[in-house]
Design a protein around this ligand. Structure first.
Ligand code: SAH
Ligand code: SF4
Ligand code: F3S
Length: 466
C-alpha cells in the first residue's frame, strides 16, 4: 500500500498507541464568516464531521448550504470505492472557480481520501489552490491549520498508526440520537478494503471514557446512542484490559438510555454472549447489521473474511432464533475479481436463505494498494452490473416481504423530525431500524411512541400514532 510519505507528512513510527486528552481552546477569529461542509462515506465520517463542525463553530463560522457564500469549504472524503474520487475532484473544480473570484476562500480536504498518497500527490500537482489537506488521524490539528492557512498548500497527514483522543467535542447533528466512537481503525485487512490503510490499525477507547460519554448524553436527554466502529465486536482486543465488547455493551445498556445500537459487527467476532445480551436487555435494539460480502466459500477465502458460508448461516440462524423479532441487514459485493456465475449463485442462495430485511449492495471496486487490486480480473463490468441488478431484485423482494409483516402491528417508533416527502407527517425508526412515516402530533419529535403500521413499501413503512 502506498501510504502518505511525502515530505510534508509526519510519519508516526512509534507503534505504541497513546490515549491523549485534547485541549479545546479555539479563538473566535472568524466571526461573521461562513462554512460549507460536505461529508462523503460512512457513519464514521458523519461523526468525524460533527467534530469538524464543532471547531468551525467555535471559530465563529456559521453554516451555509450555498457554496458561493462560503469563506471556508471543508470536504470530508471517502475512499471506499473509485467513484468517490471522481465526485470529490469534480467538486473541487467548482471550488477552484470560486477561489478565482474570492482568493481568501479556504479550501480544506480531510477524510479517507486524504490518506491516499496518490490523492495527496494529485492535489499537490494539479490542485495546489487547495489550502489544507488533513487526515483521519489528526482532525484535532485542523484548527491550527485553519489559523495558519495562507497561500501555500499545507499537507499534514499521518501514516497509518494513530492515537486515541479523548475529550473530543462535537457539534452533533441531532439532539435525539448520537454516535459514540468506541474504537478507531480496523485490523481485519479484508483483501478488497482500503479502510485499514486509511483509518489505521484498531485502537479501542478505554471503557470508562465511553461510559462517561454515554452518561453525559443521557443527562442531555438523548434517546439513542449508536456505538460506532468498523468492527465493533472486536472492541477491546487491542487493549491490555479484561473487558470485551459484550462487557461494554452491557455496561452501556445499564446506563439506561432508551435505545442502544451498534455498527458494524463482523461475523467472525460475533459471540453467543452478544446474542444473549441483545435478547436480554430491552434497550439493546433487536437489529444486527451482519455483512456477508459473498456467499461463495472460494470468494470469501480470497476476500480474507475468515468465515465460510456454513459458518455464516449458523450464526445468522442463531441470531434469528435467540433474539425475538430481530431484523438483520447486510452488505454484499458482487464482481470480486474472477467471481464466476457459480460463485454468484452461492450469494443468491444465501440471500434466499437469510431473506434479509435490507442490504447495501456494491460492485467490487479495485482500490490501489489492496491485495485484491493486484488480481487480474477476467469478468466484464457489464456482467458485474447485471449481477448487481439480479441481486437487487431479490434483495428488494425480501425487503418488501419483511416490511409487509409489520402491517397491522403496533411498533415503538422514535420520532426524529418532519418527514421529507410529506411535511404533515413525522419520520422515525422502529426498534428494528425500519423507517416509518407517521401521522402524529408535531410535539412528539424526540419521543418514542406507539404506532400502528398501516402500509409497507420496500424502503419504508407508513403508520399512525395510537
Ligand atoms: N467494517 C465494515 C464495512 C466497512 S465498508 C465491515 O467489515 O462490515 C462498507 C462496505 O463497503 C463493506 O461492507 C463492503 O461491502 C463495501 N466495500 C468495501 N470495500 C469495497 C470495495 N473495494 N469495492 C466495493 N465495495 C466495497
Ligand atoms: Fe474493511 Fe474488512 Fe475492516 Fe470491514 S472488516 S473495514 S470490510 S477490512
Ligand atoms: Fe469511506 Fe473511510 Fe468510511 S473509506 S466508508 S469514509 S471509513
Amino acid at each position: 500500500m502506498n501510504l502518505p510519505n511525502m515530505k510534508e507528512a509526519k510519519i508516526r513510527t512509534n507503534n505504541k498507541v497513546e490515549h491523549i486528552n485534547l485541549e479545546n481552546n479555539i479563538p473566535n477569529s472568524f466571526e461573521g464568516k461562513k462554512y460549507f461542509l460536505r461529508t462523503y462515506g460512512c457513519q464514521m465520517n458523519v461523526h468525524d464531521s460533527e467534530q469538524i463542525r464543532k471547531y468551525l463553530e467555535e471559530f465563529g463560522f456559521t453554516v451555509t448550504e450555498e457554496l458561493t457564500e462560503a469563506d471556508i469549504v471543508v470536504l470530508n472524503t471517502c475512499a471506499i470505492r473509485e467513484n468517490a474520487h471522481d465526485k470529490v475532484f469534480g467538486f473541487l473544480g467548482r471550488c477552484k472557480h470560486l477561489k478565482r473570484e474570492k482568493p481568501e476562500l479556504i479550501i480544506a480536504i480531510g477524510g479517507c481520501m486524504s490518506q491516499e498518497e496518490s490523492v495527496a500527490n494529485e492535489i499537490k500537482t494539479k490542485h495546489s489552490y487547495v489550502d489544507i489537506v488533513f487526515g483521519t488521524h489528526n482532525i484535532h490539528e485542523l484548527p491550527n491549520m485553519i489559523l495558519e492557512a495562507n497561500k501555500k498548500l499545507n499537507i499534514n497527514v499521518y501514516s497509518y498508526e494513530g492515537n486515541v483522543y479523548e475529550n473530543v467535542k462535537y457539534s452533533r447533528d441531532s439532539k435525539i440520537t448520537a454516535w459514540v466512537n468506541i474504537m478507531y481503525g480496523c485490523d481485519k485487512f479484508c483483501t478488497y478494503c482500503i479502510v485499514p490503510f486509511t483509518r489505521g490499525k484498531q485502537r479501542s477507547r478505554k471503557m470508562e471514557n465511553i461510559l462517561d460519554e454515554v452518561r453525559e448524553l443521557k443527562a442531555l436527554g438523548y434517546q439513542e446512542v449508536t456505538l460506532l466502529g468498523q468492527n465493533v465486536n472486536a472492541y477491546g482486543k487491542d487493549l491490555d484490559e479484561s473487558y470485551d465488547f459484550s462487557t461494554l455493551l452491557e455496561n452501556v445498556a445499564k446506563i439506561g438510555i432508551p435505545r442502544v445500537r451498534f455498527v458494524t459487527s463482523h461475523p467472525w467476532d460475533f459471540t453467543d454472549e452478544m446474542i444473549s445480551l441483545i435478547a436480554k436487555y430491552e434497550n439493546i435494539m433487536p437489529y444486527v447489521h451482519l455483512p456477508l460480502q459473498s456467499g461463495s466459500d472460494r470468494i470469501l477465502k480470497l476476500m480474507g473474511r475468515r468465515y465460510t458460508k456454513k459458518e455464516y448461516l449458523t450464526l445468522f440462524n442463531k441470531i434469528k432464533e435467540k433474539i425475538p423479532n430481530v431484523a438483520v441487514t447486510t452488505d454484499i459485493i458482487v464482481g470480486f475479481p474472477n467471481e464466476t456465475e457459480e460463485d454468484f449463485l452461492e450469494t443468491l442462495d444465501i440471500v434466499n436463505k437469510c431473506r434479509y430485511d435490507s442490504a447495501f449492495t456494491f460492485i467490487y471496486s479495485p482500490r490501489e494498494g489492496t491485495p485484491a487490486s493486484k488480481i487480474k480480473d477476467e469478468i466484464t463490468y457489464s456482467e458485474k452490473e447485471s449481477r448487481l441488478q439480479r441481486l437487487n431484485e431479490v434483495i428488494n423482494k425480501y425487503s418488501l416481504e419483511n416490511n409487509y409483516k409489520y402491517v397491522g402491528k403496533i411498533e415503538k417508533v422514535l420520532l426524529l423530525g418532519k418527514s421529507e416527502k410529506d411535511n404533515s407527517k413525522l419520520y422515525g425508526y422502529t426498534e428494528t431500524m425500519k423507517l416509518v412515516n407517521v401521522i402524529t402530533n408535531k410535539d412528539n419529535i424526540g419521543k418514542i411512541i406507539a404506532v400502528k403500521i398501516t402500509d409497507a413499501k420496500s424502503f419504508s413503512l407508513d403508520g399512525k400514532a395510537i
